[in-house]
Design a protein around this ligand. Sequence first.
Ligand code: DQA
Length: 147
Amino acid sequence: RHILLINGPNLNLLGTREPHIYGSTTLADVQNEAKAQAEGLSATLDSFQANSEGAIVNRIHAARGNTDAIVINAGAYTHTSVAIRDALVGVDIPFVEIHISNVHKREAFRHHSYLCDKAEAVICGLGVYGYTAAIDYAAKHLKLKGR
Ligand code: DQA
């Protein structure tokens, strides 16, 4: 299985950004651990981070035909982006939506997701452990669509 881990805007600041909410683990830590974890589960994993919506859309398109599952923390675009939703649906790759924080405990504008009704699963509030849980699920339990 090949998994693509996508992190959206501001997640490059992970570890230094609002650490009371997002913790002190850096994005590089998350990406390195994700890769090692996937390999331990006989899967492969690529990581991608971008702050711009179009770059994320382009990376999702590039996954078509070579990726079995996407794990995506779309950051604030979760709450705004019809384009990322359409890209995920368009490539027809099953995906897990993840948020480090419990978005439902936060501002009302974070309660709506443009992705969640198309996701296989949604994880939020587990801190960066959410990535571990999502990758474990994507590598072991996710029902694949043939490619
Ligand atoms: C986030 C939650 C979003 O509301 C926020 O805009 C982020 C991070 C999370 O991981 O908790 O950038 O996706």
